[in-house]
Design a protein around this ligand. Structure first.
Ligand code: ZN
Ligand code: ZN
Length: 339
């Protein structure tokens, strides 16, 4: 069969590979549509030196028709139309059983350690063959394998309800799909993207506003569009430092953001663990006054020894000494005390 490899320095080559044979529990899918994804470009842009020994077929958005099944495969049959989930896992660990194959310690991603979807056939596991309804095309199936799946999962994590103003940073396919989903829920959507053609596409997809970050102060514009409050939700797909920075700045108080863009740097950025571990990093600022009563109850019920924090006590006449000691940074709590 034919398969596409990246020898490095922005080259893609079609090479001949042996046709895959399904082992026990495995399935061979004849490809109909294989999507190209932004994350493929990370490898495409590596140097030839970085790609040495990596004759792996690229692509991780497979959709096609089941061609052959291995021993023990019961639920998938030749001729079935499928979208193929793009990580293969062990099938038995805690994460696989929870449906989080992307966190399986033995996960294998297409185009990474195993041959991917830019090929005539792809080898997968029975459990990765997701049924593709007749109403959906193979292009839909390929998109759902990564791009649309990423957007859908992010919208779920964002808990978008449709009542919000959602800012979408980056209007590539992952951003645009999120935009489509947010509009379908009834939200008001502001797209941020430097490329004019992508902004035009966003308007076709129902964007209420689009902003060009190269000629607009995005944060100020979003404030203007939200009566000075800031946006309720943000969906960051650009992976660019400027987009990430504007995301936090454009939100209203108690706004929420989800970050999916990993960026194009060859080395993972500081944001990589936050994104791939699906962390919820929460900001918290002082305390709202209503929480005072809960706090008092908590301190009383648990007999919290707050006073033990106090290591230094001074009368007001010794204020100069109090601040001198405090300034050294070696103390617990320093207090002025009146007898
Ligand atoms: Zn992808
Ligand atoms: Zn596993």
């Amino acid at each position: 069969m034919r398969g596409v490899v990246f020898p490095g320095d922005r080259r893609a080559e079609v090479r001949e590979f042996p046709d895959p044979e399904p082992g026990p529990g495995e399935v061979v899918v004849e490809m109909r549509v294989g999507g190209l994804c932004g994350s493929d470009l990370h490898r495409y842009r590596q140097t030839a030196a970085q790609r040495v020994g990596m004759d792996i077929i690229q692509g991780h958005e497979p959709s096609g028709v089941v061609y052959a099944v291995g021993e023990g495969v019961r639920r998938v049959r030749p001729g079935d139309r499928v979208s193929v989930y793009h990580y293969r896992g062990c099938g038995h660990c805690k994460q696989c059983l929870a449906g989080n194959i992307m966190w399986c310690p033995e996960r294998r991603g297409y185009g990474g350690p195993i041959h991917g979807s830019c090929a005539d056939y792809i080898l997968t596991d029975e459990r990765n063959c997701m049924p593709l309804p007749a109403e959906l095309t193979f292009a839909d199936g390929a998109l759902m394998a990564c791009t649309a799946g990423t957007a859908f999962s992010a919208m779920r994590r964002l808990k978008a309800s449709g009542e919000e103003t959602v800012v979408v940073f980056g209007l590539g396919p992952v951003g645009l799909t999120g935009l489509l989903m947010a509009k379908a829920m009834g939200a008001r959507v502001i797209g941020v993207e430097p490329i004019a053609d992508r902004r035009a596409l966003a308007h076709e997809f129902g964007a209420d506003e689009t902003l060009d970050p190269t000629d607009t102060d995005v944060v100020a514009a979003i404030q203007d569009l939200t009566r000075g409050e800031g946006a309720d939700l943000a969906y960051e797909t650009s992976g660019k430092p400027a987009g990430r920075k504007s995301t936090a700045e454009c939100l209203r108080v108690e706004g929420r953001a989800v970050f999916v863009g990993l960026g194009m740097q060859t080395e993972p950025s500081d944001w990589h663990p936050m994104i791939v571990k699906q962390l919820s990093l929460l900001g918290s600022y002082v305390i709202p006054i209503y929480l005072y009563f809960d706090m008092v109850d908590f301190i009383l019920e648990h007999k919290l020894p707050l006073g033990r924090m106090v290591t230094h006590r001074f009368p007001i006449e010794a204020a100069a000494e109090a601040f001198r000691v405090f300034d050294q940074g070696q103390t617990g709590k320093v207090i002025l005390e009146w007898a």
